[in-house]
Design a protein around this ligand. Structure first.
Ligand SMILES: [Zn+2]
Length: 184
């Protein structure tokens, strides 16, 4: 994925170098940081610092092992996690791609809803495009939104029960991953 595509992608994306230091954070990272009260974690502050300055305790050991394994084995690693705010319950899928000795980390929204309950409504409207198709990534199985932002969400309902008229594509990160695999 070229720098412009990463910068403008609606998913929160960052790149870690081989020593797990932030080399790049995109615009969505800064938006998310500011919306969640974190002026101290906007991109220009964290660049050059280790991601493990911000991930502490037992979770840090878990992520360090996962990142090391991803770099050594050269295979995509992903995990769902919760990152809620006081007002909304949110889950994300973190996909970690080893690319040329670095880690491209893409955080895709899975679920966003009020804490009070209720599930994401009008899911079909959100994902079915003008041609009547739902586009899913054939590698990571994320689903492309039909709106102008064309975000790729992790929609668990579509994974457990594929929608009608599904068409398979590759999301930008998976496309880049395979382009590098084939090119190397
Ligand atoms: Zn994908």
């Amino acid at each position: 994925m070229d720098a412009g595509a990463i910068e403008n992608d609606p998913s929160v994306i960052f790149v870690l170098d081989a020593a797990y230091r932030f080399r790049l954070c995109n615009a969505a990272w800064d938006r998310f940081a500011r919306e969640n009260g974190g002026e101290s974690v906007v991109g220009e502050v964290v660049l050059g610092r280790s991601v493990f300055d911000y991930i502490l305790g037992a979770v840090a050991r878990h992520y360090r092992r996962a990142f090391e394994r991803t770099l050594q084995q050269g295979a995509l690693w992903s995990q769902e996690y919760e990152c809620s705010s006081p007002h909304v319950y949110r889950r994300f899928l973190m996909s970690v791609y080893p690319i040329q000795g670095e880690l491209l980390v893409v955080n895709s929204l899975c679920v966003e809803r009020p804490h009070e309950g209720g599930v994401l409504s009008a899911v079909e409207e959100r994902y079915r495009n003008a041609g009547g198709m739902v586009v899913m990534c054939s590698n990571c199985r994320k689903t492309q939104t039909s709106g102008p932002e064309q975000r790729w969400d992790w929609a668990p309902g579509f994974v457990s029960e594929p929608p009608l008229n599904v068409s398979h594509g590759l999301c930008p990160a998976c496309f880049e991953y395979y382009a590098n695999q084939l090119g190397s």
